[in-house]
Design a protein around this ligand. Structure first.
Ligand code: NAD
Length: 512
């Protein structure tokens, strides 16, 4: 097997659940998952299962808050310490495994995830409150990450030739770094967890996975995939626990070599700061790969090619998975000449948009609080209060006439709340879009080529979309990661991503 001999990478297709065969598969998977609700899962440390202390971590269904999904251990400080030490001890063995063998295991994981697709979807419906379609996209992305990174590792296993000095043979090899601490968020509970984990593993690192406390069951199910695929039991660790109890410990541990984090700006910056401090006995500068929040803007210009398509794109970007995507559109910046007409188009689309729950009671509280702030700052168009439905449901909320200095223009809300702002012209719209500490995604709707060119040049985001929505990045097609306080621009799902998990060694041999 080599990189060139494989068929080209193709994204995993989404199933259409209006087709009876696919609907039946999902219904069966949900019924099966329901038989396992409330099951207890173990930690996985140094190749063996372990229990934690008497206090357990419990996850619940955001659509039915009383429904217990999974019971998980809370790793103690002693267990977290031991986990890092054990991963460090096993690292040289795993790093010495030829890349092609690691790649084969990852292709095994692809096959298993494809087979268990409906099952993973079902757990995401139950534990994260995803719709079937959103869950399908999440599982497909997880499959794509595995498939794509397996191929990229094959490519890196035989780096291109170097300039050869006379009388010398020179080459370059890529080595793993060491123990990677993997800290994913709950909003793509499978895709992001899987992407960060397998990127680290396939490059020869051992991983200590601390899942999000909102979605530990999905993570535990993925540990089963690693097991089934044949990854050595000591190459990965499953370490649920309270961020406040073991978070700092695993980040600051002197044997931790890197931290791969996706989550909020606050936690990411704390990790970055803690990781920068050299600990006694530490022999390297830790790397931090951090992907953080967003306050993503879509510009709708007066020369919008199709105002209805733009309104639909904004609504889907703002309210898909209840706005709980780092890429979600939370600001729409509209040219004054079409402002009223555009706002009028948004309202019915938002009201017809399918509703779902936000992740937790505490998220609900934060979002409702921002909605109250927004009502003071602007003009409520639709939504604005909790739904009477069961679960943490907040309907799509739109607040117009928001200024750049308003809090709901600047702060990440991470829920179904869209701020609408008026721009004098395109220059002003771009200036407003860039008036943010974040820089993750952005989009522009215009038919004017000069304005598109201006956006290509001046819209300061890691992922720019022209005449389309700003969510739905596809592995391989839209390498993903943000500028400024949105993170280290790691470009997940892109050709450069794996380099962050590797160190290159240059070897030059004098010919005798
Ligand atoms: P979060 O920052 O609250 O938590 C992320 C992870 O960090 C979780 O696993 C959590 O348990 C852990 N954690 C919390 N405190 C910790 C500590 N002190 N030490 C170590 N770990 C700790 O974020 P979240 O609520 O899970 O996710 C939502 C956030 O993630 C949003 O800000 C969103 O924009 C961002 N996000 C970004 C991207 C991206 O690619 N840029 C993708 C998805 C989500």
């Amino acid at each position: 097997m080599n990189y060139e001999s494989l068929p080209p990478f193709a994204n995993e297709a989404y199933r259409d659940f209006s087709e009876p065969i696919h609907r039946a598969a999902m219904e069966a998977a949900l019924a099966q998952a329901r038989t396992e609700l409330g099951r207890e899962y173990d930690l996985w440390i140094d190749g063996r299962p372990e229990k934690g202390g008497p206090y357990k971590l419990k996850s619940y269904n955001p659509s039915r808050p009383a429904e217990l999904i999974g019971v998980h251990q809370k790793a103690s400080a002693e267990q977290a310490n031991r986990a890092i030490e054990a991963a460090h001890t096993y690292f040289p063995t795993w790093n010495a495994v030829p890349p092609i063998e690691r790649v084969k295991l990852l292709f095994q994981a692809v096959a298993i995830l494809k087979r268990r697709k409906s099952e993973f979807n079902a757990w995401m419906v139950l534990e994260a409150g995803k719709s079937w379609a959103e869950a399908e996209a999440d599982t497909a992305e997880a499959i794509d990450f595995c498939d794509y990174y397996a191929r990229q590792m094959l490519r890196l296993a035989t780096p291109g030739p170097l300039v050869q000095m006379p009388g010398e043979a020179g080459h370059l090899v890529y080595l793993g770094l060491g123990v990677g601490v993997i800290i994913p968020p709950w909003n793509f509970p499978l895709a992001i967890l899987v992407g960060m984990t397998v990127a680290a593993l396939v490059t020869g690192n051992t991983v200590v996975i601390k899942p999000s406390s909102e979605t530990p069951t999905i993570a535990a199910k993925f540990i089963e995939v690693l097991q089934e695929a044949g990854f050595p039991p000591r190459s990965y660790t499953f370490l649920p626990g309270a961020g406040s109890e073991i978070g700092d410990l695993i980040v600051t541990h002197p044997k931790t070599r890197f931290i791969s984090f996706t989550g909020s700006k606050e936690v990411g910056l704390r990790i970055n700061e803690l990781a920068a401090k050299t600990q006694p006995g530490q022999r390297w500068i830790k790397r931090v790969i951090a992907e953080m929040g967003g306050k993503d803007a879509i510009i709708v210009d007066r020369e919008v090619p199709d105002i209805d398509a733009a309104a639909a794109g904004v609504i889907s970007s703002a309210f898909g998975f209840q706005g709980q995507k780092c890429s979600a559109c939370s600001r729409v910046i509209v040219d004054e000449s079409i402002y009223d007409r555009f706002v009028a188009k948004l309202k019915p689309l938002a009201e017809a948009f399918p509703q779902g729950p936000v992740i937790s009671a505490s998220a609900e509280k934060t979002i409702l609080n921002y909605i109250e702030i927004g009502k003071q700052e602007g003009r409520l168009i639709t939504g604005g209060a909790k739904s009477t439905e069961e679960g943490h449901v907040i309907p799509p909320t739109i607040i117009a006439d928001i200024e750049a200095t308003d809090r709901i223009f600047q702060e990440e809300i991470f829920g179904p709340v869209l701020a609408v702002t008026k721009a004098r012209d395109f220059d002003h719209a771009l200036q407003l879009a860039n008036d943010s500490e974040y820089g993750l995604t952005g989009a522009v709707y215009t038919s004017n080529e000069e304005k598109l060119e201006q956006a290509r040049r001046d819209f300061f985001v890691g992922n720019l979309y022209l005449n389309r929505k700003c969510t739905g990045a596809m592995v391989g097609a839209h390498p993903f990661g943000g500028f400024n306080m949105s993170g280290t621009d790691s470009k997940a799902g892109g050709p450069d991503y794996l380099l962050q998990f590797l160190q290159a060694k240059s070897i030059a041999e004098k010919q005798l």
